[in-house]
Design a protein around this ligand. Structure first.
Ligand SMILES: NC(=O)c1ccc[n+]([C@@H]2O[C@H](COP(=O)([O-])OP(=O)(O)OC[C@H]3O[C@@H](n4cnc5c(N)ncnc54)[C@H](O)[C@@H]3O)[C@@H](O)[C@H]2O)c1
Length: 383
C-alpha cells in the first residue's frame, strides 16, 4: 500500500509557499536541499558560484528556482539578490569546502568561509523580510583532541588546517552576531549546524572518498585510498539536511531557544574507518578496486572525529533515518545507475528517505505536526 506522506506537510508544512534563499545551491548539499525545498512547495532563490564540477548534480536536476551566480563576498551583488528575493529564511551553505584545497589556497578559504558568512549576515540585516538564518559549518569547527567520544555543542572551537579553522571562525562570528545584533530573540533568529562527512549521489568534488571511488570504478580503475584507518561519522546527505530543515522550522515559528548550535551526526555504528567504508561499498558495486596511497608527504587530516548528537535527539526529536547499509546502498546505487543507465535517482531517494523517516517516527515526518490546510500531495506524486 502507498505510504501517504504528504510531501508538503513535512516539517509541519512550514516550507509551503515560503521564500527561501540558499547559498551554495550549485554544490553537493545545496543542490539536494534546494530540490527538496521545491518539492515541499517553497519558492527557492539560489546564490553561488557557477557549478564547478563536471558532471554537475545541480545542472542535471534543473530545479525550478531563481538562481544567481556570484561570489558570496561581493556585498553589492549579494545585497541586490536579497533585495530581489525578500526571503523569510536563509540556509547558508556556500563555502570552500575541501580540506586539501584549504592548504593550497588559505586566502580563498578564509575569505569565502569567514568574510562570506559576514556578508550573508550583513545582507540579511538589511533585508526586513529575513526572520531566520541557518548557518552550515562542520564537525571540524571543534578543537580536535582525537577523543574517542563525540564533541558537544559547547566544546571549544578550533581547527588545525585552514578549512577547519575557517569553520571555527565562522562559528565565533555567528556567536558574535547573535549576541551583538540578534539578541534575546529580537530580529533574526540565527542557528549554526554542524555535521560530519556526508555522502550520497551527485557529489563529484575532488579528494572525497565516494566521488573518488565511483570516478575510478566508472573507468575500470582502482581507487587510491589515503588514511584507511581514519574514522569518520558517515551519513547520507539527506540526514543533516533534515536536521537543518528541522531547525529552520522552529526558527520560522519564532522559537528563539533554537537559535543556537546543533550537531547532526550518525549513530555510533556509522562511525567507521575509511577502509571499512570501502569494503562495504563493494557489496553494492563489485567492480570497486582499491590501492593504498602510501605517499609520506600527505597533508594533516583529522584521524578521529565524532559528534555527540544528544541535544538534537532530545530537544528536536531528530535522529538518523538510514543505517550505514541503507546509506551506502542508496549512495553507490545512485552512481551506478548514473554511470550505467544515465539515470538520476535523486527524487526517488528523497521519496524513499521520507517514507523511511515517516515509518521511523521522527517528528519532522509526522502528519500530525501539520498545522494548516494545504495542498495535499502523496509522496509518490510530488513533482
Ligand atoms: N560535504 C561534506 O561532507 C561536508 C561536511 C561538513 C560540512 N560541510 C559544509 O556544508 C556546506 C556545503 O558543502 P558541500 O559539500 O555541498 O560543498 P560543495 O563544494 O559541493 O559546494 C560548495 C558551494 O559553495 C559555493 N561557493 C564556494 N565558494 C563560494 C564563494 N566564494 N561565493 C559563492 N559561492 C561559493 C559553490 O559554488 C558551491 O555551490 C559547506 O559549508 C561545507 O563546509 C560539508
Amino acid at each position: 500500500m502507498e505510504t501517504m506522506v504528504k510531501i508538503d506537510h513535512l516539517f509541519g508544512g512550514i516550507y509551503q509557499g515560503k521564500k527561501v534563499l540558499v547559498t551554495g545551491h550549485t554544490g553537493f548539499k545545496g543542490s539536494w536541499l534546494s530540490h527538496w525545498l521545491v518539492m515541499m512547495g517553497a519558492e527557492v532563490y539560489g546564490y553561488s558560484l557557477a557549478p564547478e564540477t563536471e558532471p554537475s548534480h545541480c545542472i542535471m536536476l534543473d530545479t525550478k528556482m531563481t538562481e544567481c551566480y556570484g561570489d558570496i563576498t561581493d556585498q553589492e551583488a549579494l545585497g541586490d539578490f536579497f533585495e530581489e528575493a525578500q526571503p523569510e529564511i536563509v540556509f547558508h551553505l556556500a563555502a570552500q569546502a575541501l580540506v586539501r584545497d584549504s592548504y593550497d589556497d588559505p586566502i580563498t578559504t578564509f575569505n569565502s568561509n569567514v568574510m562570506g558568512t559576514l556578508c550573508v549576515y550583513e545582507a540579511a540585516r538589511k533585508t526586513a523580510s529575513v526572520k531566520a538564518i541557518v548557518n552550515v559549518t562542520s564537525d571540524k569547527c571543534y578543537e580536535n583532541k582525537e577523543w574517542t567520544w563525540g564533541y558537544r555543542e559547547n566544546d571549544p572551537m578550533g581547527g588545525y588546517d585552514p578549512y577547519s579553522a575557517s569553520k571555527g571562525c565562522a562559528e565565533l562570528l555567528t556567536s558574535s552576531y547573535r549576541n551583538s545584533f540578534f539578541k534575546d530573540g529580537k530580529g533574526i533568529l540565527l542557528a549554526s549546524v554542524r555535521a560530519g562527512n556526508v555522502i550520497g549521489g551527485g557529489d563529484w568534488a575532488k579528494d572525497r572518498l565516494i566521488p573518488d571511488i565511483v570516478r575510478a570504478t566508472s573507468i575500470a580503475r582502482r581507487v587510491q585510498i589515503r588514511n584507511p584507518k581514519a574514522t569518520r561519522p558517515w551519513q547520507h546527505v539527506l540526514e543533516p539536511l533534515s536536521g537543518y530543515l528541522m531547525v529552520g522550522w522552529k526558527l520560522l515559528e519564532g522559537e528563539a531557544q533554537y537559535a543556537d548550535g546543533w550537531n547532526f551526526g550518525p549513530d555510533l555504528s556509522s562511525n567507521l574507518t575509511v577502509g571499512e567504508i570501502v569494503e562495504l561499498c563493494k557489496d553494492y558495486w563489485n567492480q570497486i578496486g582499491v590501492e593504498l596511497n602510501t605517499d609520506p608527504n600527505q597533508v594533516h587530516e583529522a584521524h578521529l572525529l565524532m559528534l555527540d548528537c544528544s541535544k538534537a535527539n532530545k530537544i528536536l526529536k531528530w535522529k538518523p533515518v538510514w543505517n550505514i547499509e541503507d546509506t551506502l546502498k542508496h549512495t553507490i546505487e545512485w552512481y551506478k545507475n548514473y554511470y550505467l543507465h544515465n539515470a538520476v535517482d535523486t527524487l526517488s531517494d528523497i521519496k524513499a528517505f521520507v517514507s523511511a523517516a515517516h515509518k521511523s517516527g521522527v517528528a519532522w515526518a509526522q502528519q500530525a505536526n501539520f498545522k494548516e490546510a494545504g495542498h495535499l500531495l502523496p509522496v509518490d506524486q510530488a513533482i
